[in-house]
Design a protein around this ligand. Structure first.
Ligand code: AMP
Ligand code: ZN
Length: 468
């Protein structure tokens, strides 16, 4: 498989450190509000990438953090007059609900910054001991110019960067040796969460969090580090500087970055106020539609959010769901079980589309082309499968369709699952009506179920049901 590595600005063959295993870290959200659909883009695309790696047989250790100590969290906590842990815990739970709705697999580990302070302090101490960091009035800074590789990810040059804003010294930064130095540890202000440290009672800077959590859960060198492209600089550049200086080895072999989700041509973001939360979208659409919409573009291409594109994602998804229903129907109503003579040529039905799907995913996780292969397959299903098809052919097609959709994280049986819930609710209502001797209502419900093709059976364990 080839993936685009931001570090070397080219597509490269993915060669894991250890055969058959992938260690991957994806920067997660800062939890002070409901996540917006821009935040959902890296979650969806890297979850799909992970699913594909697992399909190929890799054992993937997937770590994605929650940043639960941050100025914005503290601000929100002060506004509400509560502890900042109340805010972060609340939004971690909400974020997990959104992730489940979008069918994003839980990470192997979801570390929280506040639970890893010891690791961060140890890393900061190592950097001080090695001369890469210094303390000044309780703040610890990273000595950026000492790290020779600084700028290798973002292709920035420290001198160019500085000639632009030499005069802009932000207040509180007088203690820095150099304007490009960044904070590893800062002393607390009144009302802020803090931890004791050799330098001051305070809290870690944002960048050191990811370096420490990645080291703890994945080791000094990992296969892939990922996130949105806004993180390339300074966040990921600083992570490299911290980790490589402290550990004395390469931090991550591959760096993957998704492009922005835009709205009217600008990046969707909390600060611009031009966002929709995942919750907003869930009011209007099944979140599978959102997932399908996100995957309809290549992850490195900007994607503009619009009602039209959401509607076309919805229609596209429905075409796939209908093909699945058609296959279910064919399986249930086929006359013959085994492949029939005239189906000879179809005994490998779907293989060519699965191959196209895989080739697209192999080429830098090109989900847009992979989805095009699914649509081609759906067209082939619609023209090949009919009432005369054998069960074997319909089952083969279904297995391949489900396989492709599993990799994309699209559940084809979801409707059936929710229908099951609806049926069970109707049966419960009928039981309640019977108990109340309201036989008219009970009969009405039974007739409606019969119309839906549901057969009821009274047994000693209660009412059982099956489809006709
Ligand atoms: P944040 O909570 O802002 O740190 O963002 C969490 C993740 O969402 C990071 O990987 C960001 O790069 C990503 N992200 C934020 N906004 C967008 C957007 N509009 N499009 C794509 N990714 C985004
Ligand atoms: Zn990070």
């Amino acid at each position: 498989m080839r993936i685009y590595n931001t570090l070397n600005a080219r597509k490269e063959e993915l060669v894991p450190i250890e055969d058959g295993k992938i260690k991957m870290y994806v920067c997660g959200p800062t939890v002070y509000n409901l996540i917006h659909i821009g935040n959902a883009r890296p979650m969806i695309v890297f979850d799909t990438f992970r699913r594909y790696l697992e399909y190929k047989g890799y054992e993937v250790t997937y770590v994605s953090n929650f940043t639960d100590v941050d100025d914005k969290i503290i601000k929100k906590a002060n506004e509400e007059g509560v502890d900042s842990a109340i805010i972060s815990e609340r939004y971690i739970e909400e974020c997990k609900k959104d992730m489940a709705g979008m069918n994003i697999k839980p990470a192997t580990v979801h570390p929280k910054a506040t639970e890893e302070i010891g690791e961060m302090q140890a890393l900061i101490q190592t950097l001080i001991d090695k001369g890469y960091a210094y303390e000044s009035n309780g703040t610890v800074y990273y000595r950026t110019r000492k790290f020779k590789g600084y700028g290798k990810l973002s292709k920035k040059n420290l001198d160019d960067m500085q000639s632009g804003h030499r005069e802009i010294k932000v207040t509180g930064e007088e203690d820095k040796e150099d304007p490009s130095d960044f904070v590893l540890w800062k002393p607390k202000k009144e009302g802020e969460p803090s931890w004791e440290s050799p330098w001051s009672d305070g809290r870690p800077g944002w960048h050191i969090e990811c370096s420490a959590m990645s080291k703890k859960y994945l080791g000094d060198t990992i296969d892939i580090h990922a996130g949105g492209e806004d993180l390339i600089f300074p966040h990921h550049e600083n992570e490299i500087a911290q980790s490589e200086a402290a550990n004395g080895c390469i931090f991550s072999n591959y760096w993957m970055h998704n492009a922005f989700l835009n709205i009217n041509g600008s990046k969707m973001s909390k600060s611009l106020g031009n966002f929709f939360t995942v919750r907003d979208i869930a009011e209007k659409y099944d979140l599978q539609v959102l997932r399908f919409f996100m995957l309809s573009a290549h992850y490195r291409s900007p994607l503009n959010f619009s009602d039209d594109l959401m509607e076309s994602a919805k229609a596209g998804l429905e075409r796939i769901l209908n093909a699945k229903k058609k296959l279910d129907y064919a399986e249930q109503n086929a006359e013959g079980r085994s492949f029939m003579f005239e189906e000879g040529e179809d005994q490998d039905f779907g293989a060519e589309y699965l191959k196209k799907f895989e080739d697209s995913m192999e080429d830098d996780c090109n989900t847009a082309d992979a989805i095009a292969a699914v649509f081609e397959f759906v067209r082939a299903i619609n023209s090949t499968i009919n009432e005369k098809s054998s069960t074997a052919l319909a089952e083969l097609a279904e297995a391949r369709l489900v396989q492709m959709c599993d990799i994309l994280g699209i559940i084809l049986d979801q409707e059936e699952e929710s229908l099951d819930v609806e049926i069970e609710n109707m049966i419960a209502e009928r039981q309640a009506a019977r108990k109340n001797k309201d036989f008219a209502t009970a009969d009405k419900i039974r007739d409606k179920l019969a119309e839906m093709g549901i057969v009821l059976e009274d047994t000693r364990e209660g009412v059982k049901w099956h489809r006709k």
